[in-house]
Design a protein around this ligand. Structure first.
Ligand code: UTP
Length: 286
């Protein structure tokens, strides 16, 4: 059974500068909670109990947020602020969280590799990117875990994107073996639209075998001079050990400004106490 999830959150967040000079992009609010909290909640709901944050310089706010703050709790208790106390304790107890530091930002593959030593060589594990929120009845990572439990190898989350966007994603080639399930035969990172083998792109959820850490150890720098997770996964795909699932759920790319705002509108409309007010605001601007 998979218990560990790696959450790479060491990226620079260039697209949100200058706020990301001092606030990690994963801490930017979606409605009134950090975007990362939705992702942590997804992992916890899927039964993942040990979360490994791969952090970097300036990401301390993430660690503070997901750890308990006994001083704050005692202050809230002493002043009788029971509701706030409950909320603060809830976040601090969501999951067992540890963090490792990516000393150099050498890419997503390098970030995942930082989990070597915490994840055993034979242990399957999950990866959830800190800037992809997926709202689904069954947690998206849980949907992938079910496929991987049955088929082995690795399973990645797939989304069919417009062809002119293939150069933003890792793209999969392969055969659909049942509705929504691809047996992946090849993967390529951010191909030009004219060269993309399909429009099935990998979005931020993966279930991986521990062996991927060994593969990453020798994966050379690829696209953009970075160590790409897609290049390591392509090795598994070449052996017939990769699967891609068109998951059920709504995905929000919170790594860019409009995606972050879209996520806020979506989640506000789902909150009974906010929905009507939000509809009113949207009507004002339509
Ligand atoms: P992005 O490509 O979105 O990069 O990374 P970024 O730095 O976060 O954002 P921009 O492009 O500068 O605005 C995809 C995911 O991989 C993680 C990021 O934190 C994000 O979750 N990542 C990327 C790392 O953890 N380390 C890296 O070296 C690169």
């Amino acid at each position: 059974m998979i218990t560990k999830a790696v959450l790479p959150v060491a990226g620079l967040g260039t697209r949100f500068l200058p706020i990301t000079k001092s606030v990690p992009k994963e801490m930017l609010p979606v409605v009134d909670k950090p975007g990362l909290e939705y992702i942590v909640a997804e992992a916890v709901e899927a039964g993942l109990t040990e979360l490994i944050f791969v952090t970097g310089a300036g990401k301390g706010a993430i660690e503070d947020y997901f750890h308990r703050d006994y001083f704050l709790e005692s202050q809230l208790e002493a002043s009788g602020k029971a509701d706030y106390l409950k909320e603060v304790q809830r976040v601090g107890k969501l999951a067992k969280v540890i963090s490792v530091r990516q000393q150099e930002r050498l890419g997503l593959g390098h970030a995942v590799y930082q989990a070597a030593g915490i994840v055993s060589p034979n242990e399957d594990f999950a990866v959830l990117l800190g800037d992809d929120i997926i709202d689904a009845k069954t947690p998206a990572i849980g949907q992938l875990m079910a496929v991987q439990a049955e088929r082995g190898g690795c399973c990645v989350a797939l989304m069919d994107v417009p062809r002119d966007q293939t150069d933003r994603y890792g793209i999969c080639d392969g055969q659909m073996v049942s509705p929504g399930l691809m047996h992946v035969s090849g993967m390529i990172e951010k191909p030009d639209p004219a060269e993309a083998p399909s429009t099935y792109s990998i979005v931020g959820r993966y279930v991986l075998p521990g062996e991927i850490l060994q593969i990453l150890e020798t994966t050379p720098r690829g696209r953009g001079g970075e160590i790409q997770l897609t290049d390591a996964l392509a090795v598994l795909a070449g052996r017939g050990q990769a699967w891609g699932l068109e998951f059920e759920g709504a995905r929000f790319d919170t790594g860019n400004t409009l995606g972050l705002m879209r996520a806020s509108i979506h989640f506000a409309l789902k909150r009974p106490e906010l929905a009507e007010g939000m509809r009113g605001i949207l009507a004002e601007f339509s």
